[in-house]
Design a binder for this molecule. Structure first.
Ligand code: HEC
Length: 121
């Protein structure tokens, strides 16, 4: 009898721990997402391209894309060098489709868009 009660208590403690762990999970993402969504490239033409392609993933944490303006997420990417990054956009990389869904973008635009997303300006 005592053993059963101890087991019940242990189980409810475990459940509580699991529940509170769940509660903490999603809280990290929204502020970074919200911050990424207010950022826009200064150049109006680039801003238009950004809005219709890159922004649909790079402002949504669930896509796995490094968020715009999230310097910590971009630092290890920038370490690869800009030429590699632009190649990876053109060819597609992980969850990112080729050309980052901007079929009419050129390499200079990919570089400018990547620089903008990495720094937020
Ligand atoms: C359909 C979603 C999607 C779109 C649209 C998209 N990306 Fe991405 N991007 C991703 C994901 C996901 C990653 C992370 C891939 C990984 O690390 O596995 C990524 C990573 C990157 C990287 C880092 C690549 C590396 O080598 O680490 C660059 C640069 C990049 N994106 C640029 C862009 C640009 C520029 C655009 C717009 C022209 C764009 N992306 C549009 C989803 C997207």
């Amino acid at each position: 009898m005592f053993a059963l009660q101890a087991l019940k208590i242990a189980l409810s403690v475990l459940l509580l721990a699991l529940l509170s762990a769940c509660g903490e999970g999603p809280q990290g993402a929204p502020p970074a997402e919200a911050a990424s969504r207010v950022l826009q490239p200064a150049d109006p033409e680039l801003a238009q391209v950004y809005q219709r392609s890159c922004a649909s993933c790079h402002t949504v944490a669930a896509t796995g894309a490094p968020l715009t303006g999230d310097a910590a997420a971009w630092a290890p990417r920038l370490d690869k060098g800009m030429d590699t990054l632009v190649d990876n956009v053109v060819n597609g990389f992980g969850g990112m489709p080729p050309f980052g869904l901007c079929m009419d973008c050129d390499a200079a635009q990919f570089e400018a868009l990547t620089g903008f997303m990495a720094t937020g300006q």
